[in-house]
Design a protein. Structure first.
Length: 290
């Protein structure tokens, strides 16, 4: 049946509008062309679907019976097309994300490798930024989504938890805090190497020291965690950094602190009321381990 779906859509539109002229306008057809389509459909089915009068169009008994099945057919077709477009969208395209440097140096590369293997046609553009810059990029739609901390979230953005992270103490090998009992109190007035002033780790470190009434003795600061670790490794101080920042290098000891205030929740940051593209949504699922 040539052009069957086109003719079925014509019939459903006339049934909904109750008027040939209005239906023709919706379908961008002339009334005469629409009439031809309806008559061809009725001829193919062998039944009259519409009762026509100069001012009114009504469904026949056969039309009333056929309408629900035809509506479902068009709906199913629309779902098939949408699904096909979604599949096509994740076969190729670009996804841009902004993420904390600790994530970029930690779990993120491994998950991106898994994603690249599953979706080789998707290009991922990664920007490693401090928390406030991540929110700015997401809000301005410069990236599809961000990976950051909830504490830095601002108006117009949504947060979906992804993982828990925790600050640990990094000390050089042989340091007096490299072994034995350890608490935050041991860091009072201890020479510390800090991350940059606009980093979320710096803010959390300062907050923890303030809440405990401890003296924070900053001897150096660096923007990148890899630089901080290199400074610690060479005996220039100690540092509180996310456990994910551990690069596994020599001459460095990572120590956990079982105290409150050191944990932080990392997650996916998106624009409020927005929606992710199919490719970006698949990447989020991959980051969750799906």
């Amino acid at each position: 049946m040539k052009n069957a779906l086109q003719h079925i859509r014509a019939f459903v539109t006339v049934a909904h509008r109750g008027n040939f002229a209005r239906a023709a306008d919706d379908l961008h057809l002339s009334p005469s062309a629409l009439t031809v389509q309806i008559r061809q459909l009725e001829s193919w089915l062998g039944v009259a679907l519409l009762e026509r009068s100069p001012r009114h169009v009504a469904l026949t008994a056969a039309g009333r019976e056929a309408l629900p099945a035809m509506e479902k057919l068009l709906l199913d077709l629309g779902n098939i097309v949408s699904a096909g477009q979604g599949l096509a969208a994740v076969r190729r395209g670009v996804v841009s994300i902004a993420a904390l440097p600790s994530l970029c140096a930690g779990m993120l590369p491994e998950r991106l490798a898994v994603f690249a293997q599953a979706y080789p046609g998707i290009e991922v553009r990664l920007r490693d930024l401090v928390a406030e810059r991540i929110c700015e990029r997401v809000r301005n739609a410069d990236v599809d989504f961000g990976l950051g901390v909830q504490a830095k979230l601002s108006h117009g953005l949504d947060f979906a938890p992804l993982m828990q992270d925790r600050l640990c103490l990094f000390v050089p090998l042989g340091h007096r805090l490299a072994s034995g009992p350890l608490s935050l109190a041991d860091l009072d007035d201890q020479p510390m190497i800090l991350t940059g002033r606009d980093s979320s780790v710096r803010a959390q470190t300062e907050q923890v020291f303030h809440e405990r009434g401890l003296r924070l003795k900053a001897v150096m600061e660096a923007n990148y965690m890899s630089t901080v670790l290199a400074l610690v490794r060479n005996g220039l101080g100690v540092a509180l950094l996310p456990e994910s920042a551990d690069d596994g290098g020599a001459r460095l000891v990572r120590r956990g602190l079982e105290e409150a205030g050191l944990e932080r929740e990392l997650g996916v940051i998106t624009r409020s009321g927005g929606s992710l593209s199919p490719a970006a949504q698949r990447l989020v699922e991959c980051l969750r381990g799906g």
